[in-house]
Design a protein around this ligand. Sequence first.
Ligand SMILES: Cc1cc2nc3c(=O)[nH]c(=O)nc-3n(C[C@H](O)[C@H](O)[C@H](O)COP(=O)(O)O)c2cc1C
Ligand code: SF4
Length: 409
Amino acid sequence: MSKLFTPYQLGPITLRNRTIRSAAFENMCYGNKPSQDLFDYHTSVAKGGIGMTTIAYCAVNRSGVSFDGQLWMREEIIPDLKKLTDAIHAEGAKASIQLGHCGNMTHYYTCGCMPVGPSTGFNLYSPTLVRGLKVDEIKALVKDFGKAVNMCREAGFDCVEIHAGHGYLISQFLSPYTNKRRDEYGGSLDNRMRFMREVLAEVMTAAKDDMAVVVKTNMYDGFKSGLQLPDCITVAKEIEKFGVHAVVLSAGFVSKAPMAVMRGAMPLKTLAHYMDMAKFWWLKAALALVGRWMIPTVPFKEAYFLEDAKKFRAELKMPIIYVGGLVSRQKIDEVLDSGFEMVQMARALVHDPAFVNKMKEADSTYRCGCKHSNYCIGRMYTKEMKCHHCVDNLPKKIQKEIAKAESCD
Ligand SMILES: Cc1cc2nc3c(=O)[nH]c(=O)nc-3n(C[C@H](O)[C@H](O)[C@H](O)COP(=O)(O)O)c2cc1C
Ligand code: SF4
């Protein structure tokens, strides 16, 4: 018997099935506010049968914003978020939101200050100078996570997902690559976990017993000087101690191994095409010269994280949400049969928001048409995120890039 369409109790909330739309940055929050595009996309996923949909990559304060089209949690956006969560609920789905802080992955003209991180330095990927956070600023940031959770409750969210992976601020504290501090927040892994621990304690207090809390964390950073799998098992066990309701296992580091997260190739022509020449001339030039070196391809295969995720399954008791490369009913059933409680999907639901309902109606061999061209990713850096199937009159060079990527399937 497939578990896929059976309900799941995630802490205080019940999902109608085992599927969650993974946090995949929409870049639809023009002026850092919810928009009609965001509303339309997430209500279409809710209507398409998902158990819960996740609004992506919301910063807990202004300094944590890395895109102009990204949310940062504040009182003035609550009414519009409430309209969105009401509409998601009306379709029978639950609503979650990913909370985080980008740390060094921003620029002063986006976040309004010199980017901050665990340590002072230079981030080649923005590129920007970065200022190491002072201890009182760390304490204030921890409080911002709690305040954001309370605002999410007011906005009608059932769940918050704390982003502790992918090389954003919590992950920057965890990783020896970005954390060079000599105080109680740096040095040993135990010290490097301190910021995460303080955030989780604050979040769990704010979530009380009426909101679900999920944490997205890395199984490895994806490069030699970053966190490796055994370190990440230690981190996951630390997360478990806080009584969070589930963990999402991912991997990769945006400033060092971005494609370890999503696999496949970054569509460099798409990425450069949408970038504003006046604002990003240096990045366009760098992409043309050393793009493949800066963003190396990592081969894609269906359910690419499954074997590593099983190693975490063997070590953890808390519920685990599997994410990474799910496009077919067969693989989803295999993952759920391997001891994972739920699955998250991003690209399958960018390609087709109704994928879940279609799986319900079709036989057990159903798969969606996403062939991981990653056009949606290249586009997302500059414009509202969309699948290439929803865009007319794409330039020839982009059509060729998509065709090439899809032929590697
Ligand atoms: C366009 C796009 C944007 C993404 N943005 C985020 C994000 O904001 N936060 C996050 O944790 N992961 C993000 N991801 C990663 C996905 O959540 C997911 O972990 C990854 O794509 C693997 O799942 P999939 O194979 O089902 O796409 C993004 C992925 C895509 C394709
Ligand atoms: S653009 Fe490509 S990778 Fe993205 S959802 Fe569409 S088919 Fe999938």
